[in-house]
Design a protein around this ligand. Structure first.
Ligand code: SF4
Length: 304
């Protein structure tokens, strides 16, 4: 069955000159047919720079929307329209406008896990890979509103020493990971290194050997001498880690670390997307123009 789907996807991809991008949390079967796999930042760069005019984006809505903002001349397809991000939904434009009016001099720093409307009201975007770097470049006397992930925000506060007004959003998947999960795994595998994503709560982060984005975890896994690594992020990353490092053992922190939205895209949806040119993701032009500014500022700052 999968073989037929893969043949169909490959044929249509070639016929339509499409590129398939997949987030690190996608199902293994989707990662296997992707042309490029990465974290949010890597996928944003790829969407902006690739030559193909048709992008099949295997991830969640805000990622495909970000790709379409960066590459308005390209068509961006999200195979599963239901694949949203509950964290992104925790910040809306009206509430952010209100918060800005309460802090008129504050800069708004927004995690890419957010809607185009929220980005359009922001000064710069960040990802988990570059948030510390970008916030530390902001003049010390500027007030900062950090949207929407309070856990990533708290981690950035800790690393930079900056005070920030934190939006009360969070990732439900990473919040299900508890210190007890990590303590249990460390007892089972005492020689293992612990890597934690900064969307986890601070109690979990404080038990980490390394706090890293998914892209950072991929690089760490390659270069570390550790033979075993406990991975505290969405479990889809384990597939790629194992594939690229067959000599090492990767242990998911908990069977609860699964994002249902990231698992909605299967090969069937990818094939349908290519067959029916669905579902086209595009923010309204006026919003997209404004949202592009903070995203480009982020890409520029991460290149420095
Ligand atoms: S893992 Fe969390 S932040 Fe990522 S898409 Fe799922 S809910 Fe959103």
């Amino acid at each position: 069955m999968n073989e037929e789907l893969i043949i169909g996807i490959s044929a249509l991809r070639a016929e339509k000159n499409a590129i398939i991008l997949a987030h690190n949390y996608q199902l293994g079967e989707v990662q296997d047919i992707a042309d490029f796999i990465g974290d949010s930042l890597e996928l944003s760069f790829k969407a902006a720079e690739c030559e193909e005019k048709l992008i099949v984006f295997c991830g969640v809505t805000f990622m495909a929307e970000t790709a379409s903002i960066l590459a308005p001349e390209k068509t961006v397809l999200l195979p599963s329209l239901e694949a949203g991000c509950p964290m992104a939904d925790m910040a809306d434009a009206e509430s952010l406008k209100k918060k800005k009016s309460e802090h008129p001099n504050a800069l708004v720093v927004t995690y890419v896990n957010s809607s185009a409307e929220v980005k359009a009201l922001s000064d710069t975007c960040v990802t988990s890979a570059n948030a510390v770097k970008i916030v530390s470049q902001i003049p010390k006397d500027r007030e900062i509103i950090f949207v929407p992930d309070r856990n990533l925000g708290a981690y950035v506060v800790k690393k930079t020493g900056r005070k920030m007004i934190l939006w009360p959003g969070f990732c439900p998947t990473h919040m299900r990971i508890t210190p007890e999960h990590l303590i249990k795994r460390k007892k089972e595998y005492p020689d293992a290194k612990i890597v934690v994503h900064p969307e986890c709560s601070f109690d979990v982060i404080s038990l980490a050997d390394e706090v890293l984005s998914t892209g950072g975890m991929i690089k760490f896994a390659k270069k570390t001498d550790a033979r075993r690594i406990i991975v505290a992020t969405e479990s889809g990353l384990i597939y790629r880690l194992e594939k690229e490092n067959p000599d090492k053992q990767f242990i998911s922190v908990s069977e609860q670390a699964v994002c249902p939205n990231m698992k909605m895209t299967r090969l069937e949806e990818v094939l349908s997307a290519l067959e029916k040119n669905q579902h086209i993701i595009k923010a309204p032009e006026n919003i997209a123009k404004l949202a592009k500014i903070p995203i480009e500022r982020m890409l520029e700052a991460s290149r420095r």
